[in-house]
Every structure is written in C-alpha cells, then in structure tokens.
Design a protein around this ligand. Structure first.
Ligand code: BGC
Length: 379
C-alpha cells in the first residue's frame, strides 16, 4: 500500500513538473508566412528620421527634402520590397508624458510611412536612438518606464495601418552590455507595443550591437507574433575600415582586402599605428574570412532559429565605402547576401544613400551603383 502510494505521488510530481516546464515554453510562433514574405529584400533609409546630420536638423524642411517620393520610387524600381525606417525617439519624447507624442512630429513621420506604403513597399518602424539614450535605458528604471509609455503610444498610433506591411522594431542595437538586463527590458517593451497594437508583428533583437552571437544568447519572448533579427558586419575591421565611430583604430585602416589572406593584411597592418591594433589587422589576415566563413557564422544563427521554429531576418549588413576597394566590398556583400538567402533569411542592406550606399548621392541626387546592386542580386 505504502509503495503504491509513493509510486502514485512520484507520478503526480512528474506530471506537475512537466506541465510547469510546458508553461515556461513560449507559445508556437504565429507570424503569417505571407507577412514575412514582405521582408525579403530591404533597404535602410538612414539619416532621415534618425542620426540627422543635415544642418536643417530634425525639422519639417529636413524631413521633406532628405528622402523624397522620388527616392522611394527609385527604391521600388531597384527591386527592394521593404524599407527599414530608422526613427530617433528622442525629439518625440517629452519628459513626464512620453505617451503624448507631438502631433506635428507624428504627421511628418506619417507622411514618410504613407509615401513608402503607397509604393507598395512594406515598412519597418525601427526605433533608433543615439548611444546616450541607450546608456540611460541600460541603467535607469524610470527612463525605461518613459520609453515604454512612448512605445505604447507609437504602436497605438500605427495600429490602424495594415499589419501585413507595417512592422515595429523594438530597439536598434540596444548597446546593453548586460545581456540578462536586455532580456528583461525587451520583454517589457514588447508587452507595451502589444498593448498598443494587438495585431502587428514585433521585431526583436539581441543585446549590445545585435550581432549574430548576441542573438544566439537570447531566450524567446512569450509573444508569438515576433520576428527575430540580427545585424551582420563581420569582420568589422573589414566592413568598418576608415570609420570614425565604433572602435577608434578603424579610421587608420585602409584598402584592407576581402577575402582575407596573411600577406595583404600584413601590408595594411604596416600603416596602422600602435602594435596592438596592428595585431588585430594581422589576425584578420589569418582568420580565413571568405564565403565559407561567412556561411558558417550565418548558418549558426539559422540553426538557432530552426530549432526554435521562429522566423529570422538580418536587417543591417553592409560595408563602409570610404576607403574599401569597391570590388572587395561587392564580394563581401554578395557572400553575405547569398548565405542569408541560402538559409532562407530575409535581409535589409545598410544603407540607401549614406556612407554604405546602394545609391550614393551625386549633386544631391541618388544614383544606383550597379556593382552593389549586382552583389545584392537586384537589377
Ligand atoms: C548605426 C549607424 C552605422 C551603421 C553601421 C547602424 O546601426 O546606427 O550609425 O553607420 O550601423 O555601423
């Protein structure tokens, strides 16, 4: 009798534990495939509603002239299916009432969103603040609460638009070094967006710079209507050579070839001041950066998503134009784009007409760059 009782109790405990574990599992992903199909080949419209360096600043004059209906038509004609529209929340957020987004600002943003939708393109509203904003988010609970208010209001405002073509991206490259903290923050922000927009798909990402390994660390959100996203700029010393942001010594690297090999890296390393930075360039030469290496990195993320049965996009990749060889830059773009497509991952290149441009501006007009378009598999 006693043995039987123990046996039954053990079964009861097992059942309770199993249902507890099941309760911890996120529900199966519910993003419709027709919706995901709008995010195959995208482009980032940079410096328009975020990272504005135009002397006109965040103003009506700037918004109306930086990217025009003509630009959006060009984006469509180049064969892109969506635009990732980066939006800086800072100029729209008032302290203490972040849920009241100024109507004039919203109307300028609405015009841009409508311009994109009118061309039959989808749009990702990518909240893309400056680094100081993200530093505050990483350390101040009160500020996070204000940002949550802001997102709830923004999502509510756009909740009337077609959920198959309008997507909400929680935060570009969170820069939260503590990956555990980011997991908690992202959960709160996703919940606020969901309150504002019950039907729309949310785009989530890993901590820090949303690199591939940041995503591999992430636990899934409990919300099933989510696409997971990562950025791919590996190896940065190649894609960011000449850059004056990120890591300081990048601005001293120039003409570094892709694919990598020890001899060419040695030549470039010789121009770089500081032994430690020369070592980083030499390492690049030894790390076999080529299509196989890129495919391995992207394949690891694809495998992560496959095991969890969740949709994936890579909504930033590209190489800075300033000092990189156009032929090598195109080879890198082609290898990344091909690997993404082979793994069934939708992509968006950085950027339209900025420093990484698919259509650099000449005398104020964007002109498509055939070499880059070809690398992207577009016309
Ligand atoms: C940043 C841009 C930068 C790009 C490539 C983006 O996420 O916001 O400032 O040019 O990544 O580094």
């Amino acid at each position: 009798m006693k043995i039987r009782f123990c046996f039954l109790s053990a079964i009861a405990i097992c059942i309770t534990l199993a249902s507890h574990v099941a309760a911890q599992q996120p529900p199966p992903n519910s993003v419709p495939s027709a919706r995901l199909a709008h995010l195959r080949h995208g482009i980032n419209t940079s410096h328009w509603f975020a990272q504005v360096y135009d002397p006109k600043g965040y103003s009506k004059e700037h918004f109306e002239s930086w990217t025009t209906a003509e630009d959006i038509a060009l984006i469509k004609s180049m064969g892109f299916d969506h635009v990732r529209l980066s939006v800086n929340p800072q100029p729209m957020m008032s302290r203490g009432h972040a849920d009241e987004i100024p109507a004039d600002y919203l109307s300028w943003l609405d015009t841009a969103v409508q311009m994109i939708l009118k061309q039959g393109l989808a749009v990702v509203i990518d909240v893309h603040p400056e680094s100081e904003f993200k530093t505050k988010l990483a350390s101040e609970g009160e500020f996070t609460e204000q940002f949550t208010d802001y997102w709830r209001a923004l999502a509510r405002h756009y909740s009337k638009l077609d959920p198959d073509r309008v997507f909400f991206e929680i935060l570009n490259e969170p820069e939260v070094r503590d990956r555990f903290r980011w997991a908690g923050l992202q959960t709160k922000l996703a919940a606020a967006i969901r309150e504002g927009a019950p039907q729309h798909t949310i785009i989530a990402a890993g901590a820090r710079w949303s690199d591939d390994d940041d995503l591999l660390f992430l636990d899934l959100l409990r919300d099933p209507n989510v696409i997971y996203n990562f950025h791919f700029y590996e190896p940065h010393v190649f894609t960011h050579q000449g850059a004056t942001w990120g890591v300081n010594f990048w601005h001293t690297v120039s003409g570094l070839p892709y694919p990598s090999n020890p001899e060419s890296a040695q030549k470039v390393a010789a121009q770089v001041p500081d032994e430690i930075n020369r070592l980083y360039v030499l390492r690049y030469g030894l790390e076999h950066w080529d299509s196989a290496r890129i495919d391995t990195e992207i394949g690891a993320v694809a495998e992560w998503a496959k095991r969890r049965n969740i949709p994936l996009v890579c909504n930033e990749f590209g190489a800075y134009r300033k000092v990189s060889d156009p032929k090598d830059r195109a080879a890198w773009i082609r290898d990344v784009r091909t690997a993404l497509e082979q793994h069934g991952i939708g992509w968006a290149m950085w950027d339209y007409a900025g420093g990484f441009a698919v259509a650099p501006k000449q005398n104020g007009r964007a002109v498509p760059d055939d070499v880059t378009l070809h690398a992207l598999g577009l016309k």
